[in-house]
Design a protein. Structure first.
Length: 302
């Protein structure tokens, strides 16, 4: 078995992922939990990390590199932001050490877009970009999630990016509005036709977004339809709206890199396919892990 060289951690708002890694970037052991920033702030970041380090048998001398919300203002130690345009390699040079710990622990910074007309921030996605594209990559990247990110990267520099609250809006609309009645008791099966038709409708008439959402309820009352179809119509409408903005201009001619995984990744691939937009797909978890590996090798010259 390979010898462990470092520990990589992706610490989100509500999730925690840890990998014990060797020098080649292969995973020797992993841990997952719901002890994200919100939970860890109550339990204690050091305690949460140590419990998982103990679980994978990480030696006391192994360094730890962390990306994500552990470096937020409400996190363990604020890791600040690098201003866009931001070279991805500069992230590695600005990793913040955690003082008072027995091992070397570093948190990677996020990226800030200090444009009064389009202020934006990302934290964790910069590491995914590094892992997906490398230090000198070029692409228009879509990273779906609770807060989806679209980033324009040229020569390893994040030139601009935009955040869409697509996932959070879906959750709020499907749980806290009249549409919660339409999706109640929906099964897990995806109604692809309902999703695709909603994507097209939103893409073609984004100004009618609020009306398209209400039609989910009115169409079900007047013509019937399953709760799953209603859920997919909400999802398709919101994703269609995101794609309207993301695909504006000449940027898409360079091609789209989709960094996503699981069922959400499948929905976005279906949405792009519905609009006849070619994408290159990269698993988001693989991208995060590769980005952390690049960071570890740069910080500790592994």
């Amino acid at each position: 078995m390979s010898e462990a060289a470092y520990v990589a951690v992706d610490w989100g708002t509500s999730s925690f992922r840890l990998w014990l890694m060797d020098r080649a970037g292969d995973v020797l052991a992993e841990r997952r939990s719901q002890e994200g920033m919100m939970a860890a702030a109550k339990i204690g970041f050091a305690a949460v990390l140590q419990s998982h380090l103990d679980a994978v048998g990480a030696a006391a001398h192994l360094p730890v590199v962390i990306c994500g919300m552990a470096g937020a203002r409400q996190g363990w130690v604020e890791a600040g932001y690098i201003d866009a345009p931001a070279n991805l390699a500069s992230i590695l040079q600005r990793a913040v050490p955690i003082t008072g710990q027995s091992r070397d622990i570093r948190i990677l910074p996020g990226i800030a877009q200090r444009d009064p007309k389009a202020p934006d921030v990302m934290r964790g996605e910069e590491t995914q970009l590094l892992g997906a594209l490398g230090a000198d990559g070029e692409a228009l990247v879509c990273m779906p999630g609770t807060h989806s990110k679209w980033a324009s990267v040229r020569g390893g520099t994040v030139e601009r990016f935009t955040t869409f609250m697509t996932g959070e809006l879906f959750s709020a609309i499907s749980r806290e509005t009249i549409l919660s009645l339409a999706v109640a008791n929906a099964d897990e099966a995806v109604d692809a036709m309902a999703f695709k038709s909603a994507v097209v409708a939103a893409f073609q008439a984004p100004a009618f977004a609020a009306n398209l959402l209400f039609q989910v309820r009115s169409a079900q009352l007047l013509y019937g339809g399953s709760p799953a179809a209603a859920r997919e119509k909400i999802s398709g409408t919101l994703i269609g709206l995101e794609l309207v903005a993301g695909l504006v201009g000449d940027e898409p001619k360079r091609g789209i890199t989709l960094v996503a995984s699981g069922s959400l990744g499948e929905l976005y691939r279906l949405a792009f396919d519905t609009l006849s937009v070619a994408v290159q797909s990269i698993d988001s978890e693989d991208a995060s892990r590769r980005g952390l590996a690049i960071a570890a090798k740069a910080i500790w010259t592994l």
